[in-house]
Design a protein around this ligand. Structure first.
Ligand SMILES: NC(=O)C1=CN([C@@H]2O[C@H](COP(=O)(O)OP(=O)(O)OC[C@H]3O[C@@H](n4cnc5c(N)ncnc54)[C@H](O)[C@@H]3O)[C@@H](O)[C@H]2O)C=CC1
Ligand SMILES: O=C([O-])CC(=O)C(=O)O
Length: 339
């Protein structure tokens, strides 16, 4: 007998990330090839025709795991009994903008969706916020769902940054992605994030070597590598005139896959989740940490007590300060937004 369907919501489903995400959820990549899935696709009324086009294409994919698709343009229908919510729908940045420039426009969406989650979804619903500024949007969403859905069910996506870091290290060392383990993205999904390889390892032949030794280029680790990962989103926008979509959709699916099934033994992933005060990060801030996940309970745990040198402490302080400022601006914008 097949298990009960998982009901997954994708917001912004008519947009570019939405288009790349739905196929991975529908074809079993995220929840497994034996797990039936019901997809709920939300977009704004102006996008209803292209949303309908996505539904038609999903039908044409003839997927055994996809047992239902609903296309909706209101939050009440969208958030009904959801198990997993991929909150993608938001304005993307354009060339020359910082992600926090989107705050005033996008924070209202996440206030409203936090309320809808509280009203219509399950207390167990797990949420990934992709729409930028992702950490702060997730903070707002969790705030307005509080009392019904625990804050620990809210996360923001830094998995794209994590994957970018893995790829840069693999390219630098002439290894494959599977050889690189335990990079970390600390902090905000922004230009202040701290991509860190201090605790990473690399398989070289039959040996496992720490990343600093394998890379043998401290200047690159502490400068070029960090800025490449920090600025990757802006470089993609400059080249495509659109923000990352294929890689963002893949990362969102990696994030939820690992939340659902758990992380591999001895490995962690980066996820922005509410701080419990670890590493001195103010409690409740949605901050990217290294986490392990137990697939049975679907609970994440922050990897504790990794030693941080002065270089790391300084970088972490910068991104923390930015997140505190964004949080304060967002709270102010929410007070002003009469939703
Ligand atoms: N966290 C991360 O690593 C990344 C985040 N992003 C962010 O993801 C978001 C989406 O990016 P794209 O898909 O490229 O944008 P897009 O403009 O192609 O699609 C966004 C979709 O959201 C819809 N939308 C807007 N307001 C909505 C609402 N209130 N409810 C439901 N749908 C709504 C729009 O109609 C549109 O169809 C942007 O904010 C972008 O900056 C993008 C890449 C990586
Ligand atoms: O850079 C952007 O605005 C889109 C994004 O978040 C990314 O590609 O990391």
């Amino acid at each position: 007998m097949s298990p009960a369907p998982i009901r997954a919501l994708v917001t912004g489903a008519a947009g570019q990330i939405g288009y790349s995400i739905v196929i991975r959820i529908a074809d079993g990549t995220v929840f497994g090839k034996d797990q039936p899935v019901e997809l709920v696709l939300l977009d704004i009324p102006q996008c209803v025709a292209s949303l309908e086009g996505v539904v038609l294409e999903l039908q044409d994919c003839a997927l055994p795991t996809l047992v239902g698709v609903e296309a909706v343009t209101n939050e009440k229908d969208a958030f009904q009994n959801i198990d997993y919510a991929f909150l993608v729908g938001a304005m993307p940045r354009r060339e020359g903008m910082e992600r926090k420039d989107l705050l005033a426009a996008n924070v209202k969406i996440f206030k409203s969706q936090g309320k809808a989650l509280a009203e219509f979804s399950k207390p167990t619903t797990k949420v990934i916020v992709v729409g930028n500024p992702a950490n702060t949007n997730a903070f707002i969403c969790a705030k307005y769902a509080a009392g019904k859905i625990p804050a620990s069910n809210f996360s923001a996506m830094t998995r794209l940054d994590h994957n970018r870091a893995l790829a840069q290290v693999a390219l630098k060392t002439g290894t494959t992605i599977g050889d690189v383990k335990n990079v970390i993205i600390w902090g905000n999904h922004s230009g202040t994030q701290f991509p860190d390889v201090k605790h990473a390892t690399i398989n070289k032949g039959s040996n496992t070597v720490d990343a600093y030794t394998a890379i043998n280029d401290t200047n690159w680790i502490q400068s070029g590598f960090i800025s490449t990962v920090q600025k990757r989103g802006a470089v993609i926008i400059e080249k495509r005139k659109l923000s990352s979509a294929m890689s963002a959709a893949k990362a969102a699916c990696d994030h939820i896959h690992d939340w659902h099934f758990g992380t591999k033994p001895g490995e962690w992933v980066s996820m922005a989740i509410p701080s419990d005060g670890s590493y001195g990060i103010p409690k409740g801030l949605i901050f990217s940490f290294p986490v392990t996940i137990d697939g049975a309970t679907k609970e994440w745990k922050i990897v504790k007590d990794l030693p941080l040198d002065d270089f790391a402490k300084e970088k972490i302080q910068i991104t923390t300060k930015e997140l505190e400022e964004e949080r304060d601006d967002a709270l102010k914008a929410c007070d002003e937004a009469n939703i």
